[in-house]
Design a protein around this ligand. Structure first.
Ligand code: NDP
Length: 462
């Protein structure tokens, strides 16, 4: 069934920016081409003195892919969006300018802040409750604040403008299909739930290893690093879904309550030199390409000691998970691309004497993008019936027909905040990470090195 937008106008602030061109507009195009955005008007805005033609050119390029794959109805919809769109120049931080723009648009309006984070904050501070008519949705990009306190402050600003369920804090990593795939696997199978706890699970790893290096993104990345960029938002969200208590429904209220409860029980404990690690890549070869030392990449300030690989152990202090380490790791320029959650079960208490061969603990692997499932089990044979061998049961999980940002926008346009990070959770994710950020800033944890294209520093588990 196609859900249609309740939002009438999508206003993208930062129309000339990288996010808009590379991710938002292509995501929107696929959504439009599949008939999920009927009746929607798109308005782009920015500080650049762009002509309508420049904006249309941008749409033409960003829509090209979706257009080439669309059926005739999809092509008509994409054409309609291009024919009804407009570009407005403004300084969003100047008093009254954004308010005036919103007032002139057909509501309800979704305001997408595709702006540098500080500018988004100032733009929201410049708005008053009277400037945002009922039904207005505010879409905030990551990073949401830079600490627990700043996230709280930003939440206060937003809460004065619109209700919480009209605020969309984007986490594009977790598409709807991925969220539902994890929940379906966990809660639609009676054999899993009884063993999904400290009695039977030894550890859970959530790994996002990229085989890409900096790719010219020093301006953003060098100020962030792997811990803030990936673990603070995306990987903690996945961890929460892997560990939450069974919700009564997959509605946003039940699900986001369960996620918030889980994260409130989570922390990274001292000593940080044991429970966290950080490293930075040096020159190496990646996919046949020479990659320079991170510290020598253009735009990088080496004295910042920005990590390109981070690993932390999160403890969840509740009945189910006490003592089970959740290892979260993410890095760039690694030899092997890996995006998965790996659940390692405890070994059997006693293997009957007489069996030979492999007896490794069971592992359940959930791969992300494309979503897959692998279950490693010990089985007999082939050949010698006493000899145990490893077999992997595999399945492909449901895939979305939309791009990740198409899923984000669908939630915004239909008024479903399921994929949005709730305000209390956004603050809590900073609370979990802050002691580590402080310990790293004090240099309590050494910054290790690994050659680009390797599997990380020596001594780190692969
Ligand atoms: P860019 O720097 O590429 O673009 C920022 C945009 O903001 C530009 O269009 C700029 O216009 C506009 N802008 C800046 N100041 C003002 C102002 N005062 N009034 C109106 N417009 C203004 O940033 P990105 O697109 O890379 O990032 C945008 C947001 O998305 C950030 O929060 C980022 O963290 C987040 N993000 C980005 C990702 C990416 O891959 N790029 C991925 C995930 C999140 P002008 O050039 O005219 O100043």
């Amino acid at each position: 069934m196609t859900s249609q937008p309740t939002v009438k106008t999508l206003l993208i602030l930062g129309a000339s920016g990288d996010l808009t061109g590379r991710l938002l507009l292509p995501g929107l195009a696929r959504l439009v081409a599949r008939g999920h955005a009927q009746g929607l008007t798109l308005v782009g805005a920015g500080s650049d003195d762009w002509t309508e033609d420049q904006w249309l050119e941008r749409l033409e390029t960003s829509f090209a892919d979706a257009n080439s794959q669309a059926d005739s109805a999809g092509k008509r919809e994409l054409k309609r969006i291009r024919e009804t769109t407009a570009y407005r120049q403004l300084d969003v931080t100047a008093e009254g300018q954004l308010a005036k723009l919103i007032a002139g648009l057909e509501g309800p309006v979704a305001v997408y802040f595709a702006l540098p984070p500080k500018i988004s904050e100032r733009a929201c501070q410049a708005l008053t409750p009277d400037d945002v008519p009922a039904g207005t949705r505010l879409v905030m990009e990551k990073p949401f604040g830079s600490s627990e306190e700043s996230a709280r402050e930003l939440n206060r600003t937003l809460a004065a403008l619109v209700p919480e369920d009209h605020i969309h804090r984007v986490d594009h990593f977790l598409g709807k299909a991925t969220v539902l795939n994890i929940l379906g696997l966990r809660f639609a199978n009676t054999f899993l739930e009884p063993v999904w706890n400290r009695e039977h699970i030894e550890k859970v790893e959530i790994i996002f290893d990229e085989d890409l290096a900096l790719e010219g993104r020093a301006r953003y990345y060098d100020g962030a690093g792997a811990l803030r960029d990936m673990i603070q938002s995306h990987l903690l969200q996945i961890m929460a879904l892997m560990a939450i208590e069974p919700p009564a429904s997959v509605d946003e209220r039940d699900l986001r309550d369960a996620v918030a409860t889980l994260l409130r029980a989570s922390s990274i404990k001292a000593p940080y030199a044991r429970n966290t690690r950080r490293a930075r890549y040096t020159a190496g070869t990646l996919g046949g390409r020479q990659v320079p030392d991170y510290a020598k990449e253009e735009g990088v300030d080496a004295s910042r000691n920005t990590e390109t690989l981070a690993e932390v152990q999160v403890d969840i202090d509740n009945w189910r998970w006490q003592g089970v380490p959740f290892i979260l790791r993410s890095g760039k320029a690694l030899g092997t691309k890996r995006k998965e959650a790996v659940v390692t079960f405890r070994p059997v208490p006693h293997l009957p004497r007489g069996f030979t061969g492999v007896d490794s603990p069971n592992q359940l692997r959930i791969g992300f993008g494309p979503d897959t499932l692998q279950f490693d089990v010990d089985v007999n044979g082939p050949g010698n019936v006493l000899s145990l061998d490893r077999a992997t049961l595999q399945a492909e999980l449901s895939a979305s027909e939309l791009l990740p940002y198409g899923e984000v926008l669908e939630g915004v346009l239909t008024g479903d905040p399921l994929l949005s990070v709730r305000g209390d959770t956004a603050e809590d994710c900073w609370r979990i990470l802050e002691p580590v950020l402080k310990a790293w800033a004090r240099d309590s944890v050494p910054l290790e090195e690994y050659p680009a294209g390797s599997d990380g520093p020596e001594g780190w588990p692969a």
